[in-house]
Design a protein around this ligand. Structure first.
Ligand code: FES
Length: 167
């Protein structure tokens, strides 16, 4: 007979520890998975949103392009509709954010009949050049942001905003 015999007490300890550990892992795994799930989700199609705007129909006059994307806030998903002012400069497509750099109102192209060929913010009379540059002497202190753009099958795709590269 060996000296390493497992006593009845030791056997019970091992068995209960093993079963307890297995049950604890069974309870904790779903919780851990639930906690990190949003981090593990892969985004399809990158950060660009396909719009209905044909690139070939864009001109040098800014047009309003609406686009909808799914916003995930932790576990809450919602569809958000946003807008860009889009035009062409030669072959280059330019998409500007409509969010005023003063207090965040929405700017409109030629919104003020007294100032043609400019973006106008109706909240406090902010004005911007066509390239998004803020006009000195009006409330906004910086240029409109610019969206990253791509083309897919002739349609415009809009990405994230970035600081204006045109000014
Ligand atoms: S929010 Fe646009 S000028 Fe004030």
């Amino acid at each position: 007979m060996s000296n390493n015999r497992v006593t009845r007490r030791q056997f019970l300890n091992y068995t209960l520890t093993g079963v307890g550990g297995f049950m604890a892992a069974g309870m904790l795994m779903p919780m851990v998975r639930f906690a990190v799930d949003p981090v593990l989700q892969k985004k399809e199609g990158g950060d660009f949103v396909l719009t209905k705007q044909k690139v070939s129909e864009l001109t040098k006059t800014p047009v309003k392009v609406d686009f909808t994307f799914e916003q995930v806030d932790a576990w809450y998903k919602s569809d958000v509709t946003s807008t860009a002012w889009v035009y062409k400069e030669g072959d280059k497509v330019i998409a500007l954010s409509p969010v005023c750099k003063h207090l965040g109102c929405t700017v409109n192209w030629e919104g003020d009949p007294a100032h043609k060929n400019q973006f106008f913010c109706p909240c406090h009379g902010g004005r911007y050049e066509k390239n998004g540059e803020n006009i000195k002497g009006t409330p906004p202190l910086g240029p409109l942001d610019e969206f990253e753009v791509k083309e897919k099958d002739g349609l415009l795709m809009i990405g994230k905003t970035r600081p204006n590269t045109l000014v």
